[in-house]
Design a protein around this ligand. Structure first.
Ligand SMILES: Cc1cc2nc3c(=O)[nH]c(=O)nc-3n(C[C@H](O)[C@H](O)[C@H](O)COP(=O)(O)O)c2cc1C
Ligand SMILES: Nc1ncnc2c1ncn2[C@@H]1O[C@H](COP(=O)(O)OP(=O)(O)OP(=O)(O)O)[C@@H](O)[C@H]1O
Length: 317
């Protein structure tokens, strides 16, 4: 898959494209179904299956920049690239959402971005897709613009779960509550993180449970504080993990860290990237009076996580 961040990189690319439009945070079952339609229709028409999305969330440019406008990301860019690639997308255009772009009317967006830059012959979107200045364009306008500008529009039917449309915001809420089972059902795969490992304080090692501490991306979504059963992929191998998300209250730390004890193994992971797949939250964080009590609890955690994961076949990307 080719990833581009600047339209100059496609200016000389005359390949006609089929383009899916949207934010695609999480790449959940709704997004996956839309991308499947994109691939199938592109194959029929001999078009390059492509996705147009933004590298920065539109909320970064809009004035009222609060959490609901600028949500934390289920899939930061590096993870989005990996998943899109696995799903068979050929070209991923990570455009910058700027003041200039924000002020394009729907017809200017269709002409300048979709036709002139991307050479789009097919557009695939969901039925509630909006585009152009102040989200003033909808799918019926997109259809009319397609007739004038020479592209076909396909509306992907909504994917529902118990009569509710699957959406990134529903998944974000579940992860923030620690309800990983619901998030995973809506995602169609385990909620995952792909991050580098950094050095912690070395306390885990002293306790006999060394942990891989993640370097978090800005605005990366973090699950509710607690202890989770996870699987870890490093160098194409899969391990069971006991992951702690929280402020390590026993040690009065004040920053949330995500750290994983990779069960029954002893790996050197500093500066490597690991993939962490979340399955279930087993308990809340507890502030212990002494380290022995915490150690005893972690031994129990490892035991129950092994039991929980024993029949889970790895769902690794
Ligand atoms: C499975 C697991 C469960 C944990 N549970 C708690 C907990 O309940 N309370 C707590 O204060 N720290 C908990 N921790 C975090 C430890 O305090 C942390 O791993 C230790 O401080 C090591 O930090 P370091 O990697 O920065 O050295 C847990 C860690 C693991 C691996
Ligand atoms: N459940 C779904 N079924 C089918 N298509 C969907 C579904 N959810 C989103 N889409 C479509 O996928 C594309 C990307 O979706 P986008 O990420 O912009 O919205 P979303 O998933 O509804 O997220 P949010 O909850 O943040 O609004 C859009 O064209 C959108 O209409």
């Amino acid at each position: 898959m080719r990833v581009i961040e600047d339209y100059h990189q496609v200016l000389n690319d005359l390949n006609p494209k089929g383009v899916a439009l949207g934010n695609f945070d999480g790449i959940h079952r709704g997004h996956q179904s839309l991308l499947k339609i994109l691939k199938k229709e592109c194959a029929k028409r001999n078009l390059l299956p492509s996705v147009y999305t933004f590298q920065n969330h539109p909320g970064t440019i809009l004035k009222s920049c609060n959490r609901s406008v600028y949500p934390y990301k289920i899939t930061p860019i590096n993870l989005k690239e990996k998943i899109m690639d696995k799903l068979g997308v050929d070209l991923l255009f990570l455009d910058k959402f700027t003041q200039d772009l924000m002020h394009l009317s729907p017809s200017e967006f269709a002409k300048k971005i979709l036709v002139d830059q991307l050479k789009a012959k097919l557009i695939v979107v969901g039925e509630d897709f909006r585009f152009g200045y102040q989200a003033s364009g909808d799918v019926s306008l997109l259809n009319r613009l397609g007739e004038i500008l020479g592209f076909h529009v396909i509306i992907a039917p909504p994917v529902l779960e118990k009569d509710v449309k699957i959406s990134s915001s529903l998944i974000r809420n579940s992860i923030e509550k620690g309800d990983i089972e619901t998030a995973n059902r809506l995602l169609g795969r385990p909620f995952m993180m792909l991050n580098q490992v950094e050095k912690g304080f070395g306390r885990g090692k002293k306790m006999g449970f060394p942990t891989a501490n993640l370097v978090l991306e800005p605005y990366q979504l973090i699950p509710a504080e607690g202890v989770y059963a996870t699987q870890v992929q490093v160098d194409n191998k899969v391990y069971m993990g006991a992951t702690s998300v929280g402020k390590n209250p026993t040690f009065n730390a004040n920053e949330v860290t995500i750290e994983t004890y990779i069960i029954d193994s002893n790996l050197m992971l500093y500066e490597k990237s690991i993939e962490l797949y979340f399955y279930t939250k087993i308990r809340n964080q507890i502030s212990y009076d002494n380290i022995d009590a915490l150690k005893k609890q972690i031994i129990e955690d490892v035991h129950s996580i092994k039991h929980y994961l024993q029949n889970k076949s790895p769902m690794i990307l």
